[in-house]
Design a protein. Structure first.
Length: 307
């Protein structure tokens, strides 16, 4: 059976499920009409994303294992950004029948191993025939009795801080678009992000007033916090972490590049932020928006219907 078409729907599902062990949060896994996930808190954090071949990934740039890791990461990071613990993923896979069976199995391996980083499981999903590969991923999480971290809590006087890499995935994408074969670290950052998942619950413990997963660009995503809270966010470019390896366009990548899934939040000025967080600005009263060194950024960030 070299393709998923030759394997057939049910054999494909059987092969996928065999690669996806279930963790303690899954009361009932694949095999019934729906999975049952434990929700000790009594509330469930839920988020979903679509990844379309040619738009979110290219098979000539990324292998199935990395695509699986990336698909899981961007959803698990959204759960963590709410201050929650990820518990489970659901996967919808649409693919042409000539897709190699091993490609689908390696995709499942990537999903499984990214979930393992946070103790979550791939608890079920669906497969369907389609003209191009599309992944629909839903992630679930548990708040552990605490309040969710939202975008709307930022207050004038708060500091703005980030944790995680910024600009690496964007720099890697630029290199791939130019046909470059290195530096390998930047290419790998595009293929497989490294969200600091523990930053979400940690931010809540540190008293964060708002938090967001940086998926579409630092300025654009902080703009969501500014709009939700009705505040002005002032960033200091000199305080931003801009590694030399990002090259001459490093600051632009840090401000506008997405897909690293770092975390950006606002905190009371006296919050005891450890060294893993970098203060990059402040929250002020004023018209909602984001400025860098006192000026609005004219362009940048990801928009599916603009880019």
């Amino acid at each position: 059976m070299s393709t998923i078409g030759e394997a057939g729907e049910f054999a494909l599902i059987e092969r996928l499920v065999a690669r996806l062990p279930q963790g303690p949060s899954v009361a009932l896994g694949p095999g019934d009409d729906a999975a049952v996930i434990a929700a000790p808190d009594g509330r469930v954090v839920a988020t979903s994303d679509l990844l379309v071949e040619g738009r979110h990934f290219r098979r000539d740039w990324s292998g199935p294992y990395d695509i699986g890791r990336k698909a899981a990461a961007q959803n698990l990071a959204d759960v963590a950004a709410m201050g929650a613990r990820p518990t489970a993923l659901l996967l919808g896979l649409a693919a042409p029948p000539d897709t190699p069976l091993d490609w689908a199995l390696r995709l499942a391996d990537g999903l499984r191993e990214e979930c393992a980083l946070v103790g979550a499981s791939v608890a079920g999903g669906d497969v369907v025939r389609a003209p191009q590969i599309t992944l629909a991923v839903t992630a679930l999480g548990d708040l552990g009795g605490g309040p969710p971290l939202t975008r709307s809590g930022a207050r004038p006087g708060d500091v703005v801080a980030v944790r995680g890499r910024l600009g690496y995935a964007s720099a890697g994408l630029a290199l791939l678009s130019e046909g470059r074969d290195g530096p390998a670290g930047l290419l790998d950052a595009h293929r497989r992000p490294r969200p600091p998942y523990e930053a979400g619950p940690q931010a809540r413990e540190l008293g964060a007033t708002a938090l967001i997963d940086v998926s579409d660009g630092l300025v654009q995503d902080l703009g969501h916090i500014a709009d939700a809270a009705g505040v002005l966010i002032e960033l200091d470019s000199a305080a931003l972490p801009v590694p030399a390896e990002l090259g001459p366009g490093g600051l632009h990548h840090v401000l506008t590049g997405g897909d690293d899934h770092a975390f950006a939040g606002t905190f009371p000025p006296d919050a005891p932020l450890p060294g893993s967080w970098t203060v990059i600005g402040r929250v002020a009263a004023g018209p909602a928006g984001v400025v860098v060194d006192g000026r609005p950024l004219q362009a940048g960030g990801w928009d599916h219907f603009r880019s």
